[in-house]
Design a binder for this molecule. Structure first.
Ligand code: GRF
Length: 206
């Protein structure tokens, strides 16, 4: 199916959202949704994009939150979803409905330091505590698990002497901002082929 209308889900500053907005993705970011008050909303407003805060704390339970999220995505006729620093886990119904059309960025080399409890600076602190020499950024398709879907792109970052979680995050973030818009562009162009766990890029002249 053609991918024309994107929703970007965020929970924080929205620098990954901004990277998508500033790139040449051949699909329109039609909607930005956050699960809490977040600067990402201001970034969307600045571009005249519909920005909705579905504050997860204002819903009776997860089911109500997930229903509201799905309703909003369907109402906006969204074709694909990008998780850009989004901290809530999507429910299975939503993942099923948008199977093969949800991308996520994670600030480590999956399958290391990912899944429940690994987000933001915690990821980089765990990398340092383990004494890793390499970390990096991963963009992957979202499946029913947490950070477990087929990997689209990865780029490695060397851990330097004296690195702090903040200094490491800053270098990894640069690659997130490079890999996520590229993956979104290829998804919108229908050029990402998923075969089991393997993802390949279909060349333009294929
Ligand atoms: C980034 O490290 C991202 O990988 C993580 O949250 C951090 C902030 O992302 N999920 P953003 O600036 O809100 O896009």
């Amino acid at each position: 199916m053609r991918i024309e209308r994107l929703a970007v889900l965020a929970s924080g500053g929205g620098s990954n959202l901004q990277a998508i907005l500033d790139s040449n993705v051949p699909a329109r970011v039609a909607l930005v949704i956050t699960d809490r008050p977040a600067h990402a909303l201001e970034r969307a407003n600045a571009r005249g994009i519909e920005a909705v805060c579905l504050d997860r704390r204002s819903f009776a339970d997860k089911a109500a939150f997930n229903q509201a999220l799905l309703d909003k995505l369907l109402e906006a006729r969204i074709d694909a979803i990008v998780l850009a620093g989004y901290l809530s886990i999507l429910d299975a119904r939503l993942v099923e409905r948008f199977a093969g059309r949800i991308l996520n960025v994670h600030p480590s080399l999956i399958p290391s330091f990912c899944g429940m409890g690994y987000y933001g600076l915690k990821v980089h602190q765990a990398v340092l505590d383990y004494g890793c020499k390499l970390t990096g950024a991963t963009v992957h398709f979202v499946d029913a698990g947490a950070d477990t879907g087929p990997i689209v792109f990865q780029k490695s970052v060397e851990v330097l002497e004296g690195d702090t979680p903040e200094s490491l995050q800053a270098r990894v973030l640069k690659f997130e901002h490079e890999l996520l818009p590229l993956a979104v562009k290829l998804l919108a162009e229908g050029r990402l082929k998923i075969d089991g766990r393997r993802v390949t890029v279909i060349d333009n002249d294929d």
